[in-house]
Design a protein around this ligand. Structure first.
Ligand SMILES: [Zn+2]
Length: 240
């Protein structure tokens, strides 16, 4: 059986196994991450179906995604700490992970607790007439979307937040001056709360400039430095 055919079957097993089909949800095949495959995902999951509650490390309001690695409990606890988002406006950070043991449960549609007729039982698509379904086992990982990152100055203990999208834009190939200007305007009211002398001291530390007359230019330099360091951190975490 090919990888994709196997995934089709896994999608069905997991979707039915955790009763998602009753709620109009489904597990979907996912691209391998960190070499983990086969892999299924449930975007913006209702955690109650799988874990009974929102897992630790996630707040109710977080944008989250659930990955499951179907299969025996071996070699599947090496989830990557950070995933890149295709849109480039967020990152996905590992919030928590764990294991699901394979269990049996009564079929929601025709099992002992229902008033299904023998005929309905025999033709039940959810359990193939068994009256029971298997909730499959495997590893799971909860990832949450990160839209803002915090940079800490090396010298004076101030910090600033940037949009992930701005961090990427300020580190693009070629001329990024417009991206930097745009990030400065977006963060303006926070940047205006910083002490200009602290900013200059921070810039001076890099040794890249010796003229600090223009305050707007200083802010652009600061954002450029912060975005560069945040990008370097991202790359380290992506490789870990
Ligand atoms: Zn059934």
């Amino acid at each position: 059986m090919s990888y994709m055919e196997k995934l089709d079957e896994l999608e069905r097993e997991w979707t039915i196994g955790y009763g998602l089909d009753g709620g109009g949800y489904a597990f979907e095949k996912a691209e391998s991450i960190g070499g983990i495959e086969p892999l299924l995902m449930w975007d913006d999951p209702d955690w109650g179906y799988i874990l009974g509650e929102t897992p630790e490390g996630l707040d109710r309001g977080d944008t989250s995604v659930l990955y499951v690695a179907p299969g025996p409990a071996s070699s599947r606890d090496d989830w990557p700490e950070l995933l890149e988002d295709d849109d480039g406006d967020s990152l996905w950070e590992l919030a928590c992970n764990g294991w699901l043991a394979e269990t049996d449960r009564e079929c929601d549609w025709c099992g002992p607790g229902t008033d299904a007729t023998d005929e309905e039982k025999a033709s039940c698509k959810h359990c193939d007439g068994d009256g029971y379904v298997v909730s499959p086992g495997g590893g799971w990982a909860a990832y949450k979307a990160v839209y803002r990152l915090t940079w800490h100055s090396s010298l004076h203990g101030f910090s600033l937040e940037l949009d992930v999208a701005d961090v990427y834009a300020c580190n693009a190939q070629g001329d990024v001056s417009e991206a930097v200007k745009s990030a400065v305007s977006r963060e303006r009211f926070r940047l205006d709360g910083l002490n200009p002398a602290d900013i200059i001291a921070e810039l001076r530390e890099t040794g890249a400039w010796d003229d600090f007359e223009d305050e707007d230019e200083n802010l652009e330099r600061l954002i450029f430095i912060a975005a560069g360091e945040l990008m370097a951190d991202i790359n380290v975490r992506l490789e870990s």
